[in-house]
Design a binder for this molecule. Structure first.
Ligand code: 26M
Length: 803
């Protein structure tokens, strides 16, 4: 948008007096933040209604991205950037004596997600608005986001994240768009006088779903899409006969949208979680149908106007919910309704970890959602009938929806969708060949790959302004919306001046992060050291433990020989563990304790430091990633579906140290094997071990002296204060088979780290590698990912210009 500094200053002062009756000198940061937030809203409101009007008039097909999680991060700067007024506003505020960076801190970081899956949804809505795809998010307005992590004596402690405490400037409550969601009760089918079978409900509990809409602003294109998050409320009551019963019921209903479940890899069959899933699914689908009806088209045409995307299995009830509405409320016959449903739905799988697969006990679904359960049974009956004639019984048994007293949500999503995709090439191949092989035999053409991506606007333009400026000076700014243009940077691979500038920018970012660490943790770290970064949820398969064992091996090397020639390193960790994941929490305690030991050992002369940042999340990622030299992507091959921190880190010039897992495989292909450090077991080797059962971790402990010493340190008192944790972790590796092959990959990992050490010594060579990584990162922009979803799955146009 066009905005002069002068106009902005006038608007800002006017809004401040109108809303707070204050002038700038009287106002504090909070008032200034809300004023700026409201101004941004007013600047985008015209385009928001214009976009909606355009979609309605053109009757364009709309996409609805259903996701339990949207891990947005702070929106202030992102909105300013996308409106094209970031620099103007920053400088105008400065004239008024206000520092934009201070206002930024006022905004809570809305942590409405656990990790990769939720952040992917946030990158996607940014990219969809920018790519001019008519697509909207649908999710839950959790009152409490992912817990705040604190370390107490090295242990993780969880505190509530009350992000809504001071209100949320970006949202609008849309009472007129509220819908009712039904739980429990009895249901039976009755013949009406028109000859329809309609269900009758008795004793159902009614929950009011109230939407809160936020603008999703496209980058400099006047498009504003919508993120709709639902909140659960007690429907208005005519009379309240029993006040205490009323209060109780209200609390019970409001608990549905109270808190995000903090697990990202283990499924637990909790009733409240199932309520959450049906709640936002039913509310979202009802609201889509309401909107569709304004077009006065027959329901048979729904799939021409609506695509619904199921982000992991959490919203898989979309399938029976849409069937329910088409059958019961629109009186379609089963075949037509099913045809429409399958054409509308598509599903993304995000994990092969079997413990993450959702399956709900029949009793739970049938009592909470009696009509939905009937519909699921009928879907399953028809599936087995139809496919039973075409495939052998064993395949049908293994692909049924209802099995062993449970409803399998992935099976429901696959049978009910026309597309199922994995999130990196390797992951999709494993789905087709192993994890979902039976389904691949039944529906080969449903399977496809969509490699994940990240938005370069948040993860480079906002997080790393010095690098953005350098790139723009070198190659212009086309990459901002055509990110593969970053490849033009390759022309500077032998230009020492550019490489030195890159080095200077990295150093600057490292100094900034070092200042932050000094201020918040009281720990001094040296910006000349290698900043070696592993930031992701804590999970055994991601092998933060292997990283720590390597650190211990370096520590002992220096203890034995203080003059050992190693490059100084700062190992940076950021990770939350699911509150119930005991083993992950033990690893957190171990890392913190080793940090305490090493950081305070003066004999190693600052050659090693460990920084474990508290409360890792989007805002911290924005500080850490630009300062990273090394990107640790060391999951056991086959286990990480894609990873996305790998992409963010390479985009900021970090060198990837990786196993051939998830999207690392594609990163290697794009930068070439000389610009990445690869080590460890391959996926086929891992499966071979599973097949022949020949992995015996104990022999690695017994035969490798370095490993032996490092592992003994866990149990012999070398690391004070981790007796219980040390034993448990030692046993998991040596005694109980080392499920994720940490000991098997240890030597290869140490060798890879030595390679990093030697590469870093040649500064120009290192920066050349960094440059090639930045230049090759464009293909991993979520702009391309969502454009592929639009063209190949949703069948909607991108770039339908609104300008
Ligand atoms: C399930 C049931 C109950 C409570 C929580 C869950 C649950 C929540 C999040 C399960 C899994 C969740 O997320 C999984 C996830 O984040 N997967 C990651 O997805 C990324 C985006 O595709 C990939 O890059 C990562 O490799 C993958 O681990």
């Amino acid at each position: 948008m066009d905005l002069s500094k002068r106009k902005f200053k006038d608007d800002f002062k006017k809004m401040l007096t109108e809303v707070y009756s204050m002038d700038i000198t009287e106002s504090e940061l909070t008032e200034q933040f809300f004023t700026l937030g409201n101004l941004i809203r007013s600047y985008s409101s015209k385009n928001w209604s214009r976009t909606n009007q355009h979609y309605s008039e053109k009757k364009e097909k709309q996409v609805y991205y259903f996701s339990m999680e949207f891990l947005l991060g702070r929106m202030l700067k992102s909105n300013l950037l996308n409106l094209g007024i970031l620099d103007t506003v920053r400088s105008a505020l400065q004239d008024l004596g206000i520092d934009l960076e201070e206002l930024v801190q006022i905004e809570p970081d809305p942590g409405l997600g656990n990790g990769g899956l939720g952040r992917l949804a946030a990158c996607f809505i940014d990219s969809m608005a920018t790519s001019e795809i008519p697509a909207h998010g649908n999710g839950i307005r959790f009152k409490y986001g992912l817990f705040k992590q604190k370390f107490v004596n090295g242990y993780q402690v969880e505190l509530p994240e009350n992000w809504l405490q001071n209100g949320n400037v970006w949202e609008t409550r849309k009472m007129h768009a509220a819908v009712t969601v039904r739980f429990y009760g009895k249901v039976w089918l009755q013949q009406t006088d028109k000859g329809f079978l309609t269900p009758h409900y008795e004793g159902a509990q009614e929950v009011l779903a109230v939407p809160y809409d936020s603008a999703v602003i496209g980058y400099k294109n006047n498009v504003v899409n919508t993120l709709r998050l639902w909140s659960a409320e007690l429907p208005p009551q005519d009379d309240i006969s029993d006040y205490w019963a009323y209060i109780h019921q209200r609390n019970q209903i409001e608990s549905i949208s109270e808190v995000l479940y903090p697990d990202d890899s283990t499924y637990e069959g909790r009733l409240l979680r199932l309520k959450q899933e049906y709640f936002f699914v039913s509310a979202g689908i009802q609201s889509i149908i309401r909107h569709f009806k304004k077009m006065h088209l027959h329901m048979n045409h729904l799939a021409e106007k609506v695509a619904i995307h199921i982000n992991d299995t959490h919203p898989a009830l979309c399938v029976p919910e849409l069937m329910r509405i088409l059958l019961d409320e629109e009186h379609m016959d089963w075949e037509h309704a099913w045809n429409v449903t399958v054409n509308v739905m598509s599903y993304t799988n995000h994990t092969i970890m079997s413990e993450a697969l959702e399956k709900w006990p029949i009793d739970m679904i049938s009592s909470l959602l009696p009509r939905i359960y009937q519909v699921i049974c009928e879907i399953d009956r028809r599936y087995t009938m139809k496919m039973g004639t075409l495939f052998e019984p064993a395949i049908i048994d293994r692909t049924q929806i209802i099995e062993g007293g449970h409803v399998k949500m992935a099976h429901l999503a696959i049978i009910g969708s026309h597309s199922i995709n994995g999130v990196a090439q390797l992951h999709t191949t494993i789905l087709k060949e192993k994890v979902l092989h039976d389904f691949f035999l039944v529906y080969p053409s449903k399977f496809n790959n969509k490699t994940n991506g990240i938005t370069q606007r948040r993860w480079l333009m906002l997080a790393n302004e010095p690098l953005r400026d350098l790139i723009n000076r070198k190659i212009g700014n086309e990459w901002e919306t055509m990110p593969t243009e970053l490849k033009m940077l390759k022309a500077f691979r032998d230009d020492n001046e550019t490489l030195l500038e890159l080095a200077r920018i990295k150093h600057l970012n490292k100094e900034r992060f070092a200042d932050y660490v000094q201020e918040t943790m009281g720990l001094a770290i040296n910006p000349d050291a290698i900043f070696d970064v592993q930031i992701k949820r804590l999970h055994a398969y991601k092998r933060q433990l292997m990283n720590l064992l390597h650190i211990l091996s370096l520590y002992f090397k220096l203890k034995d020989n203080p003059a050992a020639d190693i490059q100084p390193r700062v190992f940076i960790f950021g990770a939350k563990a699911a509150p119930s994941y005991t083993y992950a929490k033990q690893i957190i305690k171990l890392i913190n304790t080793v940090a305490e030991l090493i950081n305070n050992d003066s004999s190693i002369e600052n050659k090693l430091k460990i920084v474990f940042v508290e409360n890792y999340g989007v805002s911290l990622a924005e500080k850490i990633i630009p300062a990273a030299d090394v990107s640790e992507q060391i999951s056991l091959a086959s286990k990480e579906a894609s990873g996305t921190s790998n992409m963010k880190l390479m985009l900021n010039g970090a060198i990837t140290l990786a196993t051939l897992d998830g999207a690392n495989v594609e990163i290697k292909e794009h930068v070439g094997s000389e610009n990445i450090v690869i080590f460890g077991l391959r996926e086929e080797e891992v499966y071979q071990y599973y097949h022949d059962g020949s992995y015996h971790s104990r022999s690695y402990y017994e035969n490798n002296p370095v490993l032996h010493r490092v592992l003994d340190a866990l149990i012999d008192g070398t690391i004070p204060g981790v007796v219980a944790e040390g034993h448990s972790i030692f046993d998991s590796l040596v005694q109980y088979g080392d499920e994720y092959f940490v000991l098997r990959d240890f030597d290869a990992y140490v060798a890879a780290q030595e390679r990093i050490d030697s590469l870093y010594r040649d500064m120009l060579k290192w920066q050349r590698m960094a440059l090639i990584n930045i230049a090759g990162a464009g293909i991993f922009s979520s702009d391309y990912t969502v454009q592929q979803y639009a063209n190949q799955i949703w069948d909607v146009s991108s770039n339908a210009h609104l300008k």
